[in-house]
Design a protein around this ligand. Structure first.
Ligand SMILES: C[S@@+](CC[C@H](N)C(=O)[O-])C[C@H]1O[C@@H](n2cnc3c(N)ncnc32)[C@H](O)[C@@H]1O
Length: 313
């Protein structure tokens, strides 16, 4: 049982996530080139390979949790016919994200069975309904990711699969492999700071509108005004790079998430330069350094994905 303090903190994190992502919904794809360019290509290749070599089956019912603007269904459709044939249930804590997701996912040719506004840690779905549950870049937003993974186990039928992607691996920024990534992070922060100062306004125009909306949401919900770095640290609750300060104690360990009741079918790491090479996938030199590091240290990237199967009882 969480202490009272932990329970209050968890509710605060979830509420602030909803406010932040409601404000971000229309800008989301532009604000995250590392997902829509870098990760998308990487997953299309990885999922295509997995479905050919290991067969992740042909899900009839798939649930995408923390769907955002629908990245997972759209990526699965590109990677494999199976993703295209599935009927998708899209879940998110943000209503605005769900609105955008329904529009995007339907126009990409995926079948949407329904959209559910819900907190990922408290699933409203019936046990055993899904053949596949996906969650990309979601777990680090949740106060209790292990509880969420166990909840997903309930939603899955025995033998069903869960695909988790784009989560920060705990331990990366404390290891020597992260030195180039740490240098890249520092550089990005300096360049970002100088740019903001040159524009005098402190932030870029679209960003300013976004943050104004976040602040309005926070004030409306009774949190009062908060510094953007503090908001970012609460939103990206388990991310070592969120906010102004690198926190090497943050991050997730795949082994702690998928314990009893799961068989890990495949897993991998990437992002050896942090998100840098993913943000600019067409920069050849960055891509080459990233590939060299990935070849030399395949299990040591900053980000990870896991495909796990729900064990038969
Ligand atoms: C970084 S976005 C990822 C979106 C999409 N899966 C992708 O890969 O592009 C994280 C999403 O998780 C949602 N989210 C955050 N906390 C949540 C919670 N407690 N329950 C459900 N969704 C949540 C956010 O609203 C947001 O849409």
């Amino acid at each position: 049982m969480p202490t009272l303090h932990e329970a209050v903190e968890a509710e605060r994190v979830k509420r602030i996530n909803a406010i932040f992502h409601d404000a971000e919904a229309r800008l989301y794809e532009n604000r995250h080139p590392e997902i829509f360019d870098g990760l998308s290509e990487l997953l299309v290749r990885a999922i295509g390979r997995l479905s050919r070599d290991r067969g992740i089956g042909a899900p009839r019912r798939a649930v995408d949790v923390g769907t955002g603007t629908g990245f997972m269904p759209m990526t699965l459709r590109r990677a494999t016919r199976a993703g295209g044939d599935a009927q998708w249930v899209l879940c998110d804590i943000s209503y605005n994200m769900l609105r955008v997701a329904r529009e995007r996912v339907t126009s990409a040719g995926c079948r949407v069975l329904g959209c559910v506004a819900m907190d990922a840690e408290r699933s409203a779905l019936r046990p055993g309904v899904a053949d596949l549950v996906t969650a990309s870049s979601v777990l680090h937003h949740l106060p209790d990711p292990a509880r969420f993974v166990q909840g997903c186990r309930q939603i899955l039928r025995p033998g069903g699969h869960m695909l988790v992607a784009h989560e920060p691996r705990r331990g990366f920024y404390a290891s020597a492999v992260s030195l180039p990534a740490r240098a890249a992070l520092q550089l990005l922060r300096i360049v970002g700071g100088v740019r903001a100062r040159l524009r005098r306004s402190g932030t870029r125009a679209p960003d300013r509108t976004f943050w104004d909306e976040v602040q309005r949401g926070l004030e409306g919900a009774g949190f009062g005004r908060m510094a953007p770095d503090e908001v970012q640290r609460l939103v990206d609750y388990h991310s070592p790079t969120a906010g102004a300060r690198l926190d090497t104690e943050r991050g997730l360990r795949p082994k702690e998430l998928f314990g009893d009741g799961w068989t890990v079918v495949a897993s991998g790491t990437y992002g050896h330069l942090g998100k840098l090479a993913l943000k600019a996938p067409r920069r050849r030199l960055l891509g080459r350094i990233e590939r060299l590091l990935a070849r030399a240290f395949p299990r040591s990237g900053s980000l990870f994905y896991v495909l796990a199967e729900r064990a038969h009882e």
